[in-house]
Design a protein around this ligand. Sequence first.
Ligand code: E4P
Length: 218
Amino acid sequence: MRFFVDTADIAAIRELHELGMVDGVTTNPSLILKSGRDIAEVTREICDLVPGPVSAEVIASDAEGMIREGKHLAEIAPNVTVKVPLTWDGLKACKALTDDGHMVNVTLCFSPAQAILAAKAGATFISPFIGRLDDIGLDGMELIADIRQIYDNYGYETNLLAASIRSVNHVIECARVGADVITAPPSVIKAMASHVLTDKGLDLFNADWAKTGQKIGA
Ligand code: E4P
C-alpha cells in the first residue's frame, strides 16, 4: 500500500519523507490556506522534495477552466497530479487532461457510481472520502470496499486512493480491503507507531534495566 501525506506543510512532509514513509502528497484548497503559502511556490517545493505524485487542485467549475488551470499546475513539475472534482465538468477535464498525458486525481468522490465514471474517464486516481461520509452517519469504509470490488470486477486501472482518513483504524481497514493508496495527515501516520502496550512494556524494561546498574557501551 502506498502512503501519500495529506498536507502542504513542508516540514511535516520532510520528516516523514526522510523515514521513507512518503510515496506522494495530496493537497487541496483548504490545505493550501492552512499552509499560508502560494500554491505554485509550495507545490514546486513539495515536488522537489518528493519524487512521487503530488496532487494540486483546480478551482474552476467549468471543464474549460479546469483544463486551463490543470495544464498550468502541471507545468510546475512533471510529478504534479491535477486534482479535479467529481462533477460532470470535472470528468470532462479528467478525460482531456489524461488524454494529454497528465496524471489526474478525481476528488470528492462519495459513491461507487461516481467512482465508475472516473475510471471510465481515465482517472489516474479516484479519491473517495471516508471521514466525511462517517461525519454524516454513513459508512466510509463500505465505499472503499465497494469501489475495490467494482474496479477488480472489470480490471479498471484507476488507483483507489482512500482519502479523508481520520484515524489509524481507517488506515488498517483500507489495507484490509486493498486500497492502492491512502492519503492521511501526518498526525495519523505518526499515530500508527503508537501502542499502549509498547509504552507500558518500555516503562517496565527501563525500570528493570535501572535495577541492573549496567550501561551499554560504557
Ligand atoms: C485528500 O485528497 C482530501 O482532500 C482530504 O483527504 C480530505 O480530508 P478531510 O475530509 O479530513 O478534510
